[in-house]
Design a protein around this ligand. Structure first.
Ligand code: KG4
Ligand code: ZN
Length: 341
């Protein structure tokens, strides 16, 4: 029997420090150290994020190795997020991965964070079970920093066919939540309030954007003016209508996303449709995708919650596929804040 491939994955692109062990494509551990320091600032403070990564990285990696039950000396390679992300945050993960590879004399694999979000669909559980999409498929990748439609031809073959021209969908959630006085990250809170609200109580316009691209800045402005106008008439407007406001905002964001995903499917003829990234944890989006499966004869793929938001499992699985291709990097590699899929 050939030797197992064991990958240590490291993710530190934004405000979560994460490490994961994947053995032959099966996940053995996926530890995430969340940073709470940003809540009161209404967004991620880069300087605080990199400091917290420095404190978290060693304990998080230790825990990931311990939970996996493997021996450190059996690790075949270390995969890390090279970008895109916050430079100071990325540097912590990149430096750690380089030192780990050097100290243990194992190959180093750089991973594109956006490819990681997509390939999270290929993570199998400890028993080898999983439900990966079939190639080619379309993936709507929606996170705090990106909103993209990607045509995925093979595990490491991606075509970016649409993206946002301004804010990302996650930003639209977070900035709207901030207008409502909710803490960062506001996406999950909007989702929570929306569950008990009427999604057609208030309407916000849908932007007109070319091709398969998205725009969310107009929506943010119209929500801002709407809130200003309503609170002038009734200072308690937000508290009295929180559920309906959140449901209506969520409905508008999902409409913008689905309109373009539908167009992408029509234009490419592809009906294997996946979602990925932090916003794919949104319950309204997940429900809508399932409805589209029935009405459009799509085959849809929704990742488990733990693989939606940033985690090192998605980095480790991508590194695993690159390992199979002997696609390694050397110690001269550096972090890259801006990268396309
Ligand atoms: O992928 P991710 O963890 O980090 C980035 O790469 O950006 O995505 C984080 C984004 C945040 O904007 C957060 O508000 C959003 O995902 N998010 C959600 C939900 N859970 C996370 N947005 C809406 N509904 C959710 N349930
Ligand atoms: Zn992400």
């Amino acid at each position: 029997m050939s030797k197992s491939i064991i990958i240590l994955g490291i993710e530190s692109s934004c405000d979560d420090t994460s490490a994961s062990i994947i053995k032959d494509g099966k996940i053995l551990s996926n530890v995430i150290g969340n940073q709470k320091v940003h809540e009161k600032y209404g967004g991620v403070v880069p300087e605080l994020a990199s400091r917290a990564h420095l404190q978290n990285i060693i304990p998080v990696v230790h825990q990931a190795i311990e939970e996996s039950g493997i021996d450190k000396k059996d690790i075949s390679a270390v995969g890390f997020t090279r970008g895109p992300g916050l430079l100071g945050s990325l540097l912590v993960g990149v430096s750690f991965a380089k030192s780990f590879a050097l100290a243990n004399n194992i190959p180093l694999i750089d991973v594109n964070h956006m490819q990681g979000h997509i390939l999270a669909h290929f993570i199998r559980d400890k028993n080898g079970n999983g439900n990966p999409p079939k190639f080619p498929f379309l993936c709507l990748t929606v996170s705090g920093g990106h909103t993209q439609i990607v045509k995925v031809n093979d595990t490491l073959d991606f075509d970016l066919i649409g993206e946002t021209i301004d804010d990302a969908a996650g930003e639209a959630f977070d900035k709207s939540a901030k207008l409502l006085g909710l803490p960062y990250p506001g996406g999950p809170l909007i989702d929570k309030f929306a569950k008990d609200g009427n999604s057609t109580a208030f309407t916000f316009g849908i932007p007109k954007v070319n091709k398969l691209n998205f725009s969310f800045s107009g929506l943010k402005t119209s929500i801002l003016y709407f809130i200003k106008k309503q609170t002038k008439e009734n200072p308690n407007f937000i508290n009295e209508n929180m559920n309906d406001i959140c449901a209506s905002i969520q409905h508008s964001i999902i409409n913008i996303l689905m309109k373009k995903l539908e167009k992408a499917s029509k234009e490419t003829g592809i009906i294997e449709i996946a979602i990925a990234g932090g916003v794919s944890a949104n319950s309204g989006l997940r429900t809508r995708l399932k409805e589209m499966e029935n009405s459009h004869s799509w085959e849809t793929y929704i990742p488990p919650f733990s693989y939606c938001t940033d985690n090192a499992g998605m980095i480790a699985i991508t590194a695993y596929f690159k390992f199979l291709e002997s696609d390694f990097c050397d110690q001269s590699i550096s972090a890259k804040a801006r990268m396309t899929v």
